[in-house]
Design a protein around this ligand. Structure first.
Ligand SMILES: [Fe+2]
Ligand SMILES: [Fe+2]
Length: 168
C-alpha cells in the first residue's frame, strides 16, 4: 500500500496499521491484567503488603484500559483480539515485580508511539484517551520501581528493537 520508502516509516501510518498496533496494546493489557490478578494474591511477606494492594489497583485500571482500547479498535472497524501476550511466572516476589516492571516499560514505550501515530492521523480524541492511559501506566511503573528499590527506568528511546534514523 505505502510507497517503498515509507514502508518502514512509522510516521506514515494508516488507520489499518493503527488498529493492528492497538490490538497489540490490547494483548499487552490482557497480559498485565492476568499478571496483576495473580501476583497481587500470591505476593506474601510483610514487606510486600503495600505493593500487593497496589497491584490489585493496577489490575482494575488495566481492565479499564482494555475496554478503552477495544472501543477504539471497534471504532476503526476492526475486531479486538482475545489473546494475551504470554505471562511469565515465578515464585520469587522480586521476579514477579521485575516482570511487571519490564512489561510496564514496554507498554509505556508503545503508548508514547501510539499517541504520535494517532495525532499523525488526526485522531486527536484517541490520542487524548491514550494519554490518560499513559499517565496511569507511568504510575504503575513508579510503584514497581519503588517496590524494587530502583530508579524509574528511562524508556524514552522508543519501542524495543527499533532503530532510529534520526538521533540527537
Ligand atoms: Fe494498562
Ligand atoms: Fe499498567
Amino acid at each position: 500500500m505505502a510507497g517503498p520508502k515509507s514502508a518502514a516509516n512509522e510516521n506514515e501510518i494508516s488507520r489499518d496499521r493503527l488498529a493492528e498496533l492497538l490490538n497489540e496494546d490490547l494483548s499487552r493489557e490482557y497480559q498485565a491484567i492476568i499478571a496483576y490478578v495473580v501476583y497481587s494474591q500470591v505476593l506474601s511477606g510483610a514487606e510486600y503488603m503495600d505493593i500487593a494492594a497496589q497491584l490489585e489497583i493496577h489490575a482494575k485500571q488495566d481492565l479499564d484500559h482494555a475496554l478503552i482500547l477495544s472501543r477504539q479498535i471497534d471504532y476503526l472497524g476492526k475486531m479486538p483480539v482475545v489473546t494475551p501476550k504470554p505471562v511469565r511466572t515465578s515464585k520469587k516476589p522480586k521476579d514477579m515485580l521485575r516482570f511487571d516492571l519490564d512489561n510496564e516499560n514496554e507498554t509505556i514505550r508503545n503508548y508514547r508511539d501510539r499517541i504520535r501515530q494517532c495525532e499523525a492521523l488526526g485522531e486527536f480524541a484517541m490520542a487524548e484517551q491514550i494519554r490518560q492511559i499513559l499517565m496511569q501506566e507511568q504510575d504503575h511503573q513508579i510503584d514497581l520501581a519503588t517496590a524494587l528499590g530502583i530508579e524509574v527506568p528511562d524508556v524514552s528511546g522508543g519501542p524495543k528493537g527499533r532503530t532510529l534514523g534520526k538521533r540527537r
